[in-house]
Design a protein around this ligand. Structure first.
Ligand SMILES: Cc1cc2nc3c(=O)[nH]c(=O)nc-3n(C[C@H](O)[C@H](O)[C@H](O)COP(=O)(O)OP(=O)(O)OC[C@H]3O[C@@H](n4cnc5c(N)ncnc54)[C@H](O)[C@@H]3O)c2cc1C
Length: 238
């Protein structure tokens, strides 16, 4: 798809008898038919789908991060269980195991004496209502698209540089928007998505080998020794 710039590829099972297809793939047959595609006669448009993230916030075996009191569990966490790829069906198991271990740790270490500091209310006096929410929707689409095209599955240095350039521009625009207009849930989520996208691109740029699901055409071989691509507050320029 990347080489051809196409939106999908096609899977053709129409050489099999109609009865075989209906019997073996009843749900897919019905679903495709509802979109006007009869898979007994026509090819099925297919695209890869994002299944999970591989990486995330580093935690120990209790889900503790390097910020005291902040725990990360599940899709957002990098527990070290999975190496450079994650085998099917381990994700949900990981959620359960780490949720249990984090809950135990919290109950054993909960400090009920700590005082929550007073936080001043959000000051909206300097900003106005945005009359251009289309910018948020547009940037959301753009972010998704370039992460998929340039950072997903098969990477190259050039694709990653392109993505980095775009995410930098996007972050500038988001900051401008953030400082001039009232915040909304969509804006906050877009800002968070851009931060995560930036982290993924920076990590990917540090990796000079192909390992597990991290594949790049510029470094197709696997190093004899595994090397991580972990960003810490020391090497990440906030
Ligand atoms: C297509 C697909 C198939 C998969 N199949 C499998 C499988 O067969 N076996 C397996 O083990 N794993 C599978 N996984 C992976 C597994 O589903 C995930 O790893 C797991 O669901 C992660 O759980 P989570 O609770 O960490 O995150 P999520 O399930 O993503 O839950 C996060 C929740 O937070 C909510 N949320 C987000 N932002 C906010 C906010 N600002 N305020 C409040 N709530 C918010 C979201 O709405 C969501 O409900 C699959 C994933 C995908 C995408």
């Amino acid at each position: 798809m990347k080489r051809l710039g196409s939106d999908c590829l096609f899977l053709d099972i129409s050489h099999k008898p109609e009865s075989f297809i209906k019997e073996h793939f009843p749900t897919i047959y019905e679903r495709c038919l509802s979109y006007g595609i009869d898979i007994t006669r026509q090819p099925i448009p297919v695209v890869p789908a994002a299944h999970y993230t591989c990486g995330g916030i580093m935690t120990d075996k209790h889900g503790c991060t390097d910020i005291e009191g902040l725990y990360a569990v599940g899709e957002t966490a990098f527990t070290g269980l999975h190496g450079a790829n994650r085998l099917a069906s381990n994700s949900l198991l990981e959620c359960i195991v780490y949720a249990s271990s984090a809950a135990r740790h919290i109950s054993e270490h909960l400090n009920t004496d700590s005082v929550i500091p007073d936080v001043p209310g959000w000051d909206e006096s300097q900003v106005t209502d945005s009359d251009e929410d289309v910018i948020i929707a547009h940037n959301w689409d753009e972010l998704r698209r370039f992460m998929w095209d340039y950072v997903g599955i098969v990477r190259t240095d050039k694709r990653l540089q392109r993505a980095k350039h775009r995410v930098d521009l996007l972050q500038q625009e988001i900051t401008d928007y953030y400082s001039n207009y009232k915040i909304s849930r969509d804006l906050l989520e877009l800002r968070n998505l851009a931060v995560v996208a930036d982290l993924i691109i920076r990590c990917a740029m540090l990796r000079k080998e192909s390992r597990g699901l991290h594949y790049t055409l510029d470094y197709p071989d696997t190093h004899a020794e595994p090397r991580d691509s972990i960003l810490t507050p020391i090497n990440y320029d906030w």
